[in-house]
Design a protein around this ligand. Structure first.
Ligand SMILES: *Cc1c(COP(=O)(O)O)cnc(C)c1O
Length: 368
């Protein structure tokens, strides 16, 4: 790789393939795979990622919102796309783009049936979501009869799958809770199949569900963070490769004299003479203010350089007193080592938040 000369997010498609293969190795050959590519494929690049996964033979994509699905269609993605959190106001766009909604309450189910009836559309694929304990979105188990009654009166929709979502699949202290969710889902699914008279696909696992609950893979699984290289535990992280490496460069080096301050609001006061490096990356690029004041760090020529004082919108200043480095040198913010999870932990957050926050002004460089 040539050295970075500006702030870039390198995206390694070989690492993506490795993660996909690793996750697939945990599944039975017939288990279908939904690649979750919401939020720009977790801050990377949703079209590049989806088109590559399509070539690798992924069965489905999932996004959160309709517009994210539209972007995939415009990028040439032809694989089915599940929209996890569609909004009623955009149903026409959803149908025009052959996106498949996850329907989670009576209101949205009725509205969707009505929208399709107006267009005389039949057998449109939908997914019915049940709440089994996350208490975020989903029908209750007691709604099965009501759903069946609505389905019996219409030919507009065909239920392609039923799904639920685990609340704590990565937390093995919550194993009993999770096993209960899985058991409830099984019962709901059986009841649903009995009522409607055909068997839709069943799915409940996200990445940590795939890794920790093989008995719950059912017909299909949904993975996001694993594809991007994180296993949500130190043990599992070893088997994944982060696909994204965030790099920047040193714009300027300053010699700071004891007693001088650095940055806005004099956020750092030098207690000794030191060397600071200014980098072209700030909170508008996704490195939030919570990484300031020595919590977050970058890596320069193999050594850690902590962030000094406040994170600015477009810049940070890091301490390079003990690092042999020059203006123009490459800087690693996160990548394989240290990874985004390590950096996220310094600010009490998780890899998901850090990687999805890398803003659109950071250039993406795809490595094939
Ligand atoms: C985001 C999301 C996923 C993916 O979860 P990961 O932990 O990233 O694998 C799966 N299912 C639903 C409903 C989601 O919202």
């Amino acid at each position: 790789m040539p050295k970075a000369q500006e702030t870039v997010l390198e995206i390694n498609l070989k690492a993506l393939e490795h993660n996909f293969d690793y996750l697939k190795s945990k599944l039975k050959p017939e288990t279908k795979f939904i690649a979750v590519v919401k939020a720009y494929a977790y801050g990377s690049d949703s079209c590049e990622i989806a088109l590559y996964l399509e070539k690798l033979g992924v069965d489905y994509f999932a996004v959160a919102y309709i517009e994210e699905g539209v972007a995939l269609r415009q990028g040439g993605v032809t694989t089915p796309i599940l929209v996890l959190h569609p909004q009623i106001v955009n149903f026409d766009i959803l149908v025009e783009n052959r996106l498949e909604p996850s329907l989670y309450n009576e209101k949205i189910l009725k509205e969707f049936i009505e929208a399709l009836s107006k267009e005389h559309i039949t057998n449109y694929p939908v997914h019915i979501k049940f709440n089994t304990g996350l208490n975020r979105l989903g029908f209750w188990h007691t709604d099965v009869k009501m759903i069946d009654n609505l389905l019996a009166e219409t030919k507009t929709i065909k239920v392609k799958s039923i799904l639920s979502h685990l609340a704590a699949s990565e937390d093995l202290n919550e194993k009993i809770f999770t096993l209960n969710q899985i058991e409830d889902f099984k019962n709901i699914a059986e009841n649903f199949t009995k009522q409607v008279g055909y068997k839709p696909l069943h799915h409940i696992c996200n990445t940590s569900g795939i890794l920790n609950y093989p008995e719950a893979h059912f017909d299909m699984v949904r993975s996001g963070i694993g594809l991007y290289g994180f296993g949500n535990s130190e043990k599992e992280n070893q088997f994944f490769k982060p696909i994204g490496t965030l790099k920047t460069v040193i714009s300027q080096i300053h010699t700071i004299i004891e007693g001088e301050s650095i940055g806005y609001n004099r956020g750092y006061i030098a207690t000794e003479n030191l060397r600071s490096a200014t980098l072209p990356i700030g909170h508008a690029d996704g490195i939030g203010r919570q990484y300031g004041h020595g919590k977050g760090f970058v890596t320069i020529n193999g050594k850690r350089a902590p962030i000094m004082g406040n994170v600015c919108m477009d810049m940070i200043m890091v301490n390079v007193t003990d690092i042999d480095c020059d203006e123009g040198d490459e800087v690693i913010v996160f990548g394989e080592h240290p990874n985004a999870e390590t950096l996220a932990e310094t600010a009490n957050t998780i890899s998901y938040e850090l990687i999805t926050h890398i803003s659109q002004r950071v250039m993406r460089v795809i490595i094939k």
